[in-house]
Design a protein around this ligand. Structure first.
Ligand code: UDP
Length: 470
């Protein structure tokens, strides 16, 4: 009988939220199976960012990590989109990944599996080299997984693939999923000459080759898509796995102290994820709209983008004071009504706080699930990647979020901001959404309980890994 410690290696793709997602997966595994050993092998596009350093410094001692040598920027196409860069960072790191794995296997641990991110599927090739099963941890919705798996087949319904102005013959009907309109997919279906198209095809191919796909969703949230996926592939819904406390140290005490002084269920939390930014005009309209609503708010303000809304996602944020970009006098006028925090908030603590009532969010999947486990209904304000699809799920399927309307220039005007904020915070529709969110929150607790469906799904996978050990 082999007495070595069972061990897995994880390979996230670049991106703060991907690293956080993999760490939280590792913590969940170690919570259920403290005998396991986890090493995270991290491909990088540049020197570690301050947020990455902060995350890694706060890792529990049971989670080990190695930062792989930085990819040479000359090997990357200029102006590639973030998803392609994430995929390529992993592809170019395969030799160093292979080396790192050799040293892991030669220790006292028995490596039983490689766990990848959706955009690190190219590492399946390295898993094969070491005769290891390759699992993908998809840190997003079952619906987005269905989209990626079926991406190469969607041509039949596409009339025009102009990025951002997609035209479809009819809504996209993925097995078990709600029909998706062109506006929900406009950021996800690029022209076929685009790097992003090749990336999506590559990811789709990789997902089909994986030995299993662990999904950060749960049966009561997405029953239709999950069942349809499980009809064709070994898909394990193990979520919701979210951070229990913030992974990044921030100037958190001030904003939590402010929340402590606010009435129960009175504050709207406003944040656009780890790197979402708004153009200056939209930033102004949001500021005036929050002020106009009269409702309390806690806003994580980031300097406006010059270009795409995801321009800060893989790059360091501008070294400027974001508050300087707010309308003149805004901070003074809203003293007492609102609290603004620069660039980063302790999100999970904010969402869990009794004074927080709702969440104006960019609909990143981690933020979505964090809102679910804290039972906070939402205003869906998607910016990039699969966020529009998530917004459609939140609004049309789960019915827990309102969607502000944009004008002909794509801007949400201040009156509209104020309208949706009031509707969420004081209207009957908002109350009904809060009630539904409460149901999902309870279902999430049940799924993660001792005999819950998500725990059982996780145990099935771990049993397979443990059997490989003996
Ligand atoms: N986050 C945070 N504070 C912030 C912004 C983001 O703690 O000010 C965390 C958030 O709790 C979540 C992650 O960063 O865990 C963002 O992930 P998500 O999938 O929502 O969006 P992305 O960053 O990928 O756009």
């Amino acid at each position: 009988m082999d007495k070595k410690t069972p061990s897995i290696a994880m390979v996230p793709c670049p991106g703060t939220s991907h690293l956080i997602a993999q760490i939280e997966f590792a913590k969940r595994l170690l919570h259920l199976h403290p005998d396991f050993h986890v090493t995270i092998l991290i491909p990088t596009l540049g020197p570690p960012s301050s947020s990455m350093n902060s995350i890694l410094q706060s890792l529990p001692p049971s989670i080990h990590f190695t930062i792989l040598p930085q990819v040479d920027p000359h090997d990357l196409p200029p102006n590639a989109d973030p998803a392609s860069l994430m995929l390529l960072a992993v592809t170019h790191s395969l030799p160093s990944l292979s080396q790192a794995l050799s040293s892991l296997t030669s220790q006292t641990h028995h490596l039983v599996a490689l766990v990848l991110s959706t955009f690190s599927v190219d590492a399946i090739e390295v898993a094969r080299e070491f005769d290891l099963p390759a699992y993908v941890y998809h840190p997003s919705a079952a619906t987005s997984l269905a989209f990626l798996l079926h991406y190469p087949e969607i041509d039949g319904i596409v009339v025009s693939r102009k990025f951002g102005e997609l035209k479809l013959k009819e809504p996209l009907k993925l097995p078990g999923c709600i029909p998706l309109e062109a506006q929900d997919l406009s950021n996800l279906i690029p022209e076929t000459s685009h790097d992003f198209h090749r990336t999506l095809v590559q990811v789709s191919k990789g997902l089909h080759m994986a030995d299993g796909i662990l999904l950060n969703s749960f049966e009561d949230l997405e029953p239709g898509p999950i069942r349809a996926l499980q009809d064709v592939l070994p898909v394990y819904p193990i979520g919701p796995i979210v951070q229990n406390e913030s992974n990044i140290s921030s100037n958190s005490s001030e904003c939590l102290a402010w929340l402590d002084t606010q009435p129960k269920n009175s504050v709207l939390y406003v944040s656009f994820g780890s790197g979402g930014t708004l153009p200056q005009e939209q930033l102004n309209e949001l500021a005036y709209g929050l002020e106009l609503s009269g409702h309390k708010f806690l806003w994580v303000v980031r300097a406006p983008s010059d270009g795409a809304a995801n321009s800060s996602y893989l790059n360091a944020q501008k070294d400027v004071d974001p508050l300087e970009y707010l309308p003149k006098g805004f901070v003074d006028r809203t003293k007492g009504q609102g609290f603004v925090i620069r660039s980063w908030a302790p999100q999970i603590e904010v969402l869990r706080h009794g004074s927080t009532y709702g969440f104006l969010t960019h609909c990143g999947w981690n933020s979505t699930l964090e809102s679910v486990v804290c039972g906070k209904s939402m205003i869906a304000w998607p910016l990039f990647a699969e966020q529009r699809m998530n917004a459609a799920l939140l609004n049309d399927q789960f019915k827990v979020a309102l969607r502000p309307k944009v004008n002909e220039k794509g801007v949400v005007e201040r009156e509209e901001v104020s309208r949706v904020v009031k509707c969420l915070m004081e209207g009957d529709e908002g109350k009904e959404m809060g009630r539904r969110m409460g149901m999902f929150k309870d279902a999430a607790v049940k799924a993660l309980g001792k005999d819950g469906a998500s725990t059982e799904a996780f145990e099935k996978v771990v049993t397979k890994w443990e059997n490989l050990k003996s």
